[in-house]
Design a binder for this molecule. Structure first.
Ligand code: DAK
Length: 259
């Protein structure tokens, strides 16, 4: 598959890296880039060997500096709604992917870039990274789920402050608010991301899938229903070879060997 705006590279052990590759415009997301991400997800979902996806931005300045303002400015109302719906759908696919997704945020993650990062399961950030939803300065609200995902991640008062002011957060502040899992020096972000990816893919694949579903779907359910879902998935896991292997390995005092 040939892409113009992204790079899709298998690294090792089923870990794949997707790089948004428009460094001249700080990796801004135009429609064609979102379409390529969507196509890449088709490919990754169809490939049984995909174990984990890393998403990052080309260059050392930006993860993604937002939706492409040059392209977006020309949209009429209906086109803007369609663009927003398409972007939301692509980001939702990351949240519902059958494999873990980690954002390696290596610079600006603004607007659609912050929304893209928030759709990933974990965010590892470089020490020079910056997060924010500055759409207010363009005379629009967020369009790829920022108002909703930010509220779920950092709470209502901080979301409203960030959306009202367009204030940009440094990596440490973003971590304090619960947006970022870990911060690394920019030059070691990829290595650290890969270390974490390899650790995760060494675990039970079935359990990873169940955990992702539980957390993603459960957060929007009433607690009782979410706990029933957990109980169902817990029960289901007892018909998986990974449960047999994991518990046998513990009792035999050896490391589990999950296939
Ligand atoms: N779109 C297009 N081009 C961009 C861009 C963007 N988001 N961000 C940067 N660029 C381009 C710049 O225009 C510049 O191009 P040239 O002038 O070289 O041709 C090049 O990238 C380098 O940027 P700067 O020269 O500005 O670099 P600086 O270091 O001076 O500044 C910056 C970096 C990140 C602070 C600055 O570029 C900046 O403020 N960028 C825009 C950040 C931003 O506002 N992001 C949010 C975008 S809005 C919706 C759908 C989606 C959305 C909303 C609604 N609906 C359809 C309803 C989502 C919206 C957004 O994401």
């Amino acid at each position: 598959m040939r892409y113009q705006h992204i790079l899709l590279e298998p690294i090792e052990a089923g870990v794949v890296r997707l790089t948004i590759n428009r460094p001249k415009v700080l990796n801004a997301l135009n429609r064609a880039t979102l379409e390529e991400i969507d196509q890449a997800l088709d490919l990754l979902e169809a490939n049984k060997n995909t174990r984990l996806l890393l998403i990052t931005g080309a260059g050392d300045k930006a993860f993604v500096a937002g939706a492409d303002i040059e392209e977006m400015r020309q949209l009429n109302s209906l086109e803007a709604k369609a663009f927003s719906a398409f972007g939301l759908g692509v980001l939702r696919r990351l949240e519902n992917a059958t494999f873990p997704v980690i954002a390696l945020v290596n610079g600006f993650a603004l607007g659609g870039g912050c929304e893209l990062a928030m759709s990933c399961d974990l965010i590892l950030a470089s020490d020079n990274s910056k997060f924010g939803q500055p759409e207010i300065n363009l005379g629009i609200p967020p369009g790829f789920g920022g108002s909703q995902r930010l509220t779920r991640l950092v709470g209502r008062p901080m979301t409203l402050e960030l959306l009202y002011t367009g204030r940009i957060l440094g990596a440490e502040e973003a971590q304090r608010f619960g947006l970022v899992n870990h911060i690394f020096p920019q030059e070691s972000l990829m290595t650290k991301g890969m270390e974490m990816a390899l650790d995760i893919v060494s675990k039970s694949r079935t359990s990873l899938q169940l955990i992702k579903q539980l957390v993603q779907r459960g957060q929007d359910l009433p607690l009782d229903n979410a706990c029933i879902m957990e109980s169902d998935q817990f029960g289901l896991s007892f018909s998986s070879p990974d449960q047999t292997e994991g518990m046998a390995a513990f009792l035999e005092k050896r490391a589990p060997n999950f296939n």
